[in-house]
Design a protein around this ligand. Structure first.
Ligand code: SF4
Ligand code: SF4
Ligand code: F3S
Length: 401
């Protein structure tokens, strides 16, 4: 890129320098599958956006993890980019006003920006008993959502709770928790950005896309932006060669686990989960900074019917593949064709994945899997470093099945 290509852009985008912002836009353009030069176009669209789009952020039954994941990102200051790109008029946790003042500010902003604001929803919506199990200012969030969504330009559901129901909708689902789409009867233009929490870049790139092109990005059949969710985790996983070669960790801390072998037999749901985790990574802390990279099986947090539904140690369905690597028909009846939507790069044959009795995940592994899943996000990086340092015992190799 030559200097003259971007001299017309401002020196700073809010608190972010032009150089950093252009770098980010180039990466965002690449992740959307756009030509590199589109990074400048995205930056221009942002610079020319005289009025930042108003965002009303509504929280249902949530843990604030989705907001935290945006705000706690470090370099390159994703939270600054987001707060500079949008006018966040209402957010329960971040708004300066509180109580009645906050509610009045929300009503005023909605009134002034009818049909033009973006409604972001995190958290699921409880439907049981008239939605009384989650209320804001004494009103069920279900009612607030029904009043607000028809006035919005678009609805972005951030996180698996808003996209599918997430943790609150897990059995026995005492509050009747559902997704935003189910609560609204699916009547409004919506984008789902599932994950628990989702990658902040997927949210930011979606916002940049809407700002630049004034339309929703191309979505898959589950309402997810295809640029982020078009591939299975398994397709881009750094442990894939071990899966193909039949090298599996059978218990946490065994030799296979220490050597970075495939986590399929510990319940990794990568083969049935669509997301860009292995490519996008988390927290800008370098290679392996994603669940599987740190030694924790993917539990399918972003996949409807997988995360918070299937038991963590259960082995993933290989419904998307035949033994020859050809993707099969999906549950929704649509056929994805290799080289097409899924862009599969399968081997010619898969190694046998059914462990003989006594060679699957041990009872101990199963027992600690649930606990590990909860703490993995924080502790796994440390664990991985430790595992990397431990000396392998070649004689103790996990037997190839
Ligand atoms: Fe929390 Fe996960 Fe729900 Fe986000 S999707 S609100 S991180 S439980
Ligand atoms: Fe990676 Fe999991 Fe697939 Fe193994 S099963 S290759 S760990 S995504
Ligand atoms: Fe979630 Fe699996 Fe990615 S658990 S964060 S979809 S690796």
């Amino acid at each position: 890129m030559k200097d003259k290509d971007y001299q017309h852009l401002p020196d700073h985008f809010g608190l972010v320098s032009r150089r950093d912002f252009l770098k980010f836009c180039a990466v965002a353009a690449a992740s959307m599958g756009l030509p590199l030069g589109m990074g400048v176009k995205i930056a221009e669209a942002v610079a020319n956006n005289l009025k930042k789009p108003t965002v009303i952020w509504l929280s249902g039954q949530e843990c604030t993890g989705c907001s935290e994941s945006l705000l706690r990102s470090t370099h390159p200051t994703v939270e600054k980019l987001i707060l500079d790109l949008i006018s966040l008029d209402y957010h329960e946790t971040l708004s300066t006003p509180a109580g009645d003042q906050a509610e009045a500010a929300r009503s005023k902003s909605i009134e002034e920006n009818k049909g033009k604001f973006i409604l972001v929803v995190d958290g699921s919506i409880p439907m049981k008993d008239g939605g009384i199990y989650c209320q804001i200012g004494g009103k069920p969030v279900l009612q607030i959502l029904k009043e607000t969504a028809p006035l919005a330009m678009a609805v972005i559901n951030i996180g698996s709770c808003a996209s599918w129901g997430g943790i609150p909708s897990s059995s026995p689902n005492p509050t009747g928790a559902v997704s935003t789409a189910e609560a609204l009867g699916g009547k409004f233009p919506m984008i789902n950005i599932p994950g628990c929490p989702p990658n902040p870049y997927n949210f930011l790139t979606t916002v940049l896309y809407v700002l630049t092109f004034k339309k929703l990005p191309e979505l898959d059949e589950k309402g997810r932006p295809k640029f982020a969710y078009r591939r299975l985790i398994h397709e881009a996983c750094e442990r894939r060669a071990n899966f193909d070669a039949g090298r599996f960790a059978l218990a946490y801390g065994d030799d296979g686990h220490r050597r970075g072998w495939c986590l399929y037999k510990l319940g990794c749901k990568g083969p049935e989960t669509f997301n860009n985790c292995p490519e996008q990574l988390f927290g800008d802390v370098g290679p392996r900074s994603w669940p599987v990279g740190t030694g924790c099986p993917c539990f399918g947090c972003s996949e409807k019917g997988v995360g918070f539904t299937k038991p963590i140690p259960e082995q993933a369905s290989l419904q998307y593949f035949t033994p020859g690597g050809v993707p099969l028909e999906q549950a929704d009846g649509k056929v994805r064709v290799g080289g097409g939507e899924l862009r599969l790069t399968p081997p010619t044959a898969f190694a046998p994945i059914e462990a003989p009795e006594g060679h699957g995940a041990s009872k101990v592994a199963v027992g600690i899997a649930a606990g590990l899943a909860g703490v993995a996000a924080g502790a796994a990086a440390v664990t991985a470093l430790k595992l990397g340092k431990e000396k392998s015992d070649p004689g103790a190799e996990t037997k190839k099945e």
